[in-house]
Design a protein around this ligand. Structure first.
Ligand SMILES: [Zn+2]
Length: 210
């Protein structure tokens, strides 16, 4: 490779990547290139809540936007002067913000109550983030609970938007049933048996295998 040609090939390539490519015996892969050029920031504590093998990708993506305060709630729109109205689209009682939707709104609470019965756990609506951050138990159980909570956040936001556009709202019990059906299928497709004994009975209960 002539010097001129080499510079043309490396035009715009960051120095770190260039040095790595020029190493003797270097084998370039897209993954290596991406790791070298991507902006690296400290990992946030909620990364495993959002991105895990049990969560459905479209749920993870919406929750990721939510974690970055990217959902256009009426409270947010009110604060930037887009609207004067900030009452919750669903219950019309409280200020519509992330905290209210997930899961202080009475509509959300009724969904979460059904989920609590199905999963045999208590999900606090106060300090939910902290509860998710500090929750103990096996990686499998924490992952499954997080994936179901992601499904709840997705479904509640979907119903909220539907209520605005189509002026229709499914009953919370029906939404909870849809979430449970969807997550059972997801669980069946992602679980790798055998699992530890302490998780087995709980998972069998989720899948109605008892
Ligand atoms: Zn509400």
């Amino acid at each position: 490779m002539s010097k001129g040609k080499s510079n043309a090939y490396f035009s715009g390539v960051p120095d770190a990547l260039k040095a790595d490519i020029l190493k003797k015996g270097h084998e370039y892969t897209i993954a290596k290139g991406y790791e070298l050029i991507r902006l690296k920031k400290p990992e946030v504590p909620w990364v495993s809540h959002v991105w895990n093998r049990w969560s459905i990708p479209k749920h993870s993506f919406l929750v990721w936007i939510h974690q970055h305060n990217g959902l256009n709630t009426k409270d947010k729109m009110h604060k930037i002067g887009v609207t004067l109205d900030f009452a919750c689209c669903i219950c019309d009682r409280d200020r519509e913000d992330n905290d209210h939707f997930f899961f202080k709104c009475q509509y959300s609470r009724r969904i979460i109550t059904e989920i609590e019965k199905w999963m045999a756990i208590r999900i606090p609506y106060q300090d939910l983030q902290e509860w998710r951050d500090t929750r103990r138990g096996s990686q499998l159980k924490r992952g499954l609970i997080n994936s179901v909570l992601n499904a709840c956040i997705y479904s509640i936001w979907f119903q909220r938007n539907r209520s605005r556009v189509e002026l229709q709202l499914l009953r919370p019990e029906i939404v909870a049933r849809q979430i449970i059906t969807q997550m059972k299928k997801r669980l069946q497709n992602t679980i790798i048996f055998p699992v530890k004994d302490k998780d087995k009975r709980w998972i069998q209960g989720l899948l109605d295998l008892n």
